[in-house]
Design a binder for this molecule. Structure first.
Ligand SMILES: [Zn+2]
Length: 216
């Protein structure tokens, strides 16, 4: 989960209070969230997008059509958050919540890929966010949710492997150093998939943080 700067101008269709998923809303969400689910940060692989109410509206009209309360999520994360009632979590559109630095994201590839989340700036919201991320990636033990989480981890692992290859190329291939450097910078951009995991690989490495700290 990374910081997302939402556009401050409110999509006009929300003023009618008849739909929170008009085209102007979905287009703005897609642009602001870089086409990514704000919870898991998957991108091209998303088949079902949801306009999520960050704070469940439970019939409250003001919350239901409040632009600040509308987020972009995938179907998997939306249903995990709703089913488990993860209502009090870090807000990725609020810079003061420091979502990226609050939770270390790490992908442990062996012997079976596991996504690891560690609270670095303790708070109730951070703990709840860690639990939500853990449920999203490592899943329930049964049913379709288990399969969805396994698919998500496979996508994450593939992306992290691609990022790791770029780092390896940067460190070892003298002739192509600039090419790999640009590739790493692209991976660290907010619009790439699973950015938080990649940025933590940089943060965790004293050598790389000197080279790429500027880009995270
Ligand atoms: Zn998701």
């Amino acid at each position: 989960m990374i910081y997302v700067q939402k556009n401050s101008s409110i999509p006009s269709s929300l003023a009618r209070q008849t739909s929170y998923s008009g085209e102007d809303v979905t287009e703005q969400l897609n642009s602001d969230f870089h086409g990514k689910c704000y919870i898991c940060e998957q991108k091209e692989s998303i088949t079902t997008y949801h306009v999520e109410h960050f704070v469940p509206h439970r019939g409250d009209v003001a919350l239901k059509y409040d632009w600040n309360n509308l987020f972009l999520s995938c179907g998997h994360c939306n249903s995990v958050k709703t089913a488990r009632q993860f209502d009090d979590i870090l807000n990725c559109s609020d810079k003061s919540h420091q979502v990226e630095k609050s939770i270390r994201h790490y992908c442990n590839p062996f012997p079976r890929e596991v996504a690891v989340f560690e609270v670095k700036i303790p708070s109730i919201k951070a703990n709840n966010t860690r639990d939500l991320l853990d449920k999203t990636f490592n899943g329930e033990h049964t049913g379709f949710k288990k399969l969805e989480s396994a698919n998500l981890r496979a996508l994450l692992l593939k992306e992290i492997e691609d990022f790791s290859d770029a780092i390896e190329g940067f460190e070892e291939d003298v002739d192509e150093k600039e090419y790999y450097k640009n590739k790493i910078i692209q991976h660290l951009n907010s619009n790439s998939a699973f950015t938080a995991f990649k940025r933590w690989i940089i943060r965790d490495n004293t050598k790389l943080i000197g080279e790429f700290g500027y880009f995270i």
